[in-house]
Design a protein. Structure first.
Length: 192
């Protein structure tokens, strides 16, 4: 598989940009996962083709539209535009759905972690308040401070989920949905 120059296709002002991704393969079979026993239009993409398309698409804004051009050196007798289009659209629809499910599970984990973290924080703060009366004892003062720190550390995971982890999944899902709606062209590759 060879990479061709990628680029931005000129569009009208204020229009959503359409980015072009070109893929060069020798045969149509190189586009698909050879270990997948299902009929072609439901095939998984070959790992290299998948990674190539995803890596280029992730480099563009999440609201971008895409045009995928597949250059095939040894073209089958009938140009497989419909087959390739359906395979790419099905594959990226599937990836978008998987990403949506993973996001839902992440947010569920975040809510559970938040409930557990808040409960633990409350118990730690109550314990620290109880130990406030024993400020003369160094060990109990250390225990009080440890309870406060431990309570706040328990909030680390829910804060990490709700502040940082959810939005990359949303972005990936949007990119996959846009790839699933991409314009697809299949062309005979020019021989070098």
């Amino acid at each position: 598989m060879q990479v061709l120059v990628q680029g931005r296709v000129p569009v009208k002002k204020h229009a959503v940009p359409v980015h072009q991704i070109e893929l060069r393969i020798k045969t149509l079979a190189e586009l698909f996962n050879s270990m997948d026993p299902t009929p072609f239009h439901h095939c998984d993409l070959d790992r290299d083709a998948q990674e190539f398309l995803e890596s280029w698409a992730m480099g563009y804004p999440h609201n971008s539209h895409f045009r995928i051009i597949v250059h095939i050196e040894h073209m089958p007798d009938e140009i497989p535009v419909a087959l390739v289009t359906e395979a790419l659209h099905n594959f990226f629809d599937y990836k978008a759905e998987i990403t949506r499910r993973q996001l839902r599970l992440l947010l569920l984990e975040g809510r559970s972690s938040l409930l557990i973290g808040l409960t633990f924080l409350l118990l730690c703060l109550l314990g620290a308040d109880y130990l406030l009366a024993y400020t003369d004892n160094t060990f109990l003062r250390l225990l009080k401070e440890s309870l406060i720190i431990g309570g706040w550390v328990a909030m680390w995971r829910p804060l990490q989920i709700f502040l940082y982890e959810w939005w990359p999944s949303v972005r990936r899902g949007k990119i996959f949905r846009n790839l699933a709606r991409s314009q697809v062209r299949v062309m005979l590759a020019a021989r070098d």
